[in-house]
Write a protein that binds this ligand. Structure first.
Ligand code: MV4
Length: 445
């Protein structure tokens, strides 16, 4: 087992990893930028190394500084958390070259899944259901027109280097194809330095349902059921829940089996997520695979009673998984509390937290790095806490969430608490009848 793990991240996820390491008797090294000198991950780790100034590009993304910090402190593994270097193929390879275990996917795996057209071809070959469309990358506009006709309008043009909606265009009729093709390619080139495009049939009003998987170094994988992440705004998730209110036992079996098939086909090692689009007829299609631990992992932990960070560390150390799949025994909901003003278009609202009173009691989990007196730096994402409720039923989990949101007091900065409180009273949320379009029609009171 590892003796010392360096956590190449900040905020709540750095704390989350430190906590499990402590329970496992593994020493921890925090890295931090000068903006995070007062952060809890620095205080709770056994050692801490400053890696640069506030800008991420000069600190949490600075590979050479992080590798140096690991070498100076004799860390034998690096946990990248989510974001930053967690899906950076070059960094994964660099860790390898320095004989430091990267607790995540290999560089080759990240490359393979990072190219979306390639990831889709691989999944299709594995036998995982995919949205009909182009066979890989589209060669030119003539090819684009041909594929659109064969697929049938409406279609979706997608950037192969994309993800998060960048370089993506829905096209409803042939006359709009040229403009969409040109602008999507331009956007993709600017964002990723690559303008490879592929095409799919447009799935109207889909749900975003993802399956958590974990694979070991012996080629065996299992799934831990689903998370419904359909409540998103501009491709940012706001709240997630498990089980999905749209799920049936039959669909879970099929999607779980497809996700395990995907993982085992590529000999995936570590924790990962297979994202699916699910249409109104409960047809499901592979969308993307995430090769990291995700923000919303705690709801899965709560309903299947499983520490995902612990299992990530164990499989990275060469321990085999049990092999069985995990099914939800409870219902869990996560609300992402961001320092944003929901009444002003969710505009980021960094600043000093003057009062912080977290809710407590049965079935409440809060993953956060903030405290009263904490200054939220403007340099990073705006998530300041995750509020997770767990109960026997969905209705109880919602009622518990309402109670917890009412108890939560954060003063000094605007937060998304009022948004979540309103959401928990929304008839379409309560009925479970929501899709990825839900936030388009949502208005704050
Ligand atoms: C789609 C789609 C409809 N049809 N693909 C958005 C992010 C990118 N990773 C994939 N996305 C979508 N792909 C087809 N063929 C609709 C979306 C989509 C979406 C997906 C999941 C969650 C929220 C979304 C919001 C808008 C569009």
């Amino acid at each position: 087992m590892f003796k010392k793990i360096l956590i190449a991240n900040r905020g709540e996820i750095a704390l989350r990893v430190i906590r499990t390491c402590r329970e496992m008797g593994i020493k921890t090294v925090a890295v931090y930028s000068t903006a995070d000198a007062e952060s809890l991950h620095v205080r709770f780790a056994d050692e801490a190394v400053c890696i640069g100034p506030p800008q991420s590009s000069e600190s949490y993304l600075k590979m050479s500084n992080i590798i140096s910090a690991a070498e100076i402190t004799n860390a034998d593994a690096i946990h990248p958390g989510y974001g930053f270097l967690s899906e950076n193929a070059k960094f994964s390879k660099l860790c390898d070259e320095h004989h430091i275990k990267f607790i995540g996917a290999t560089g080759e795996m990240i490359d393979q899944m990072g190219d979306k057209a390639n990831a889709k071809s691989t999944m299709k070959a594995a036998g995982v259901p995919c949205v009909p469309g182009s066979e890989g990358v589209i060669i030119d506009f003539k090819d684009c027109e041909k594929v659109a006709l064969e697929t049938g309008y409406p279609v979706m043009l997608k950037a192969s280097a994309g993800g998060g909606g960048k370089g993506m265009r829905a096209v409803w009729k042939a006359e709009d194809l040229k403009d969409a093709w040109d602008s999507a390619r331009q956007e993709s080139k600017a964002a990723f330095g690559n303008d490879d495009m592929y095409m799919e049939k447009l799935i109207e009003e889909p749900r975003h349902i993802e399956i958590q998987i974990i694979g070991d170094s012996f080629g065996k994988a299992c799934h831990l059921s689903e998370r419904d992440c359909s409540v998103q705004r501009r491709h940012q998730k706001l709240t997630e829940e498990t089980p999905s209110p749209f799920m049936t036992d039959e669909l879970r079996e099929k999607m779980g089996a497809a996700a395990v098939l995907a993982a085992e086909y590529i000999k995936y090692e570590g924790a990962g997520t297979v994202e699916f689009l699910v249409d109104k007829h409960r047809n499901f299609f592979f969308m993307e695979m995430n090769t990291r631990i995700q923000v919303e992992h705690p709801i899965t932990e709560e309903v299947v009673n499983y520490d995902l960070i612990r299992e990530q560390i164990l499989v990275a150390a060469g321990v085999p998984i049990s092999g069985k799949n995990y099914y939800p025994k409870m219902h869990a909901i996560e609300c992402r509390i961001n320092a944003e003003d929901p009444h002003a278009n969710f505009r980021p609202a960094p600043g000093k937290i003057t009062t912080f009173h977290a809710p407590g009691g049965h079935g409440i989990r809060i993953d956060t790095h903030v405290y009263a007196g904490y200054m939220i730096p403007p340099n990073y994402d705006s998530m300041i806490a995750k509020l997770i409720t767990t109960a026997q039923t969905r209705e109880e989990a919602i009622n518990k969430m309402k109670r917890a949101l009412d108890e939560f007091v954060i003063e000094g900065v605007k937060t998304t608490i009022p948004f979540h409180r309103q959401l928990m009273d929304h008839p379409d949320y309560i009925s479970g009848n929501y899709t990825t379009k839900f936030m388009e029609d949502f208005v704050m009171k």
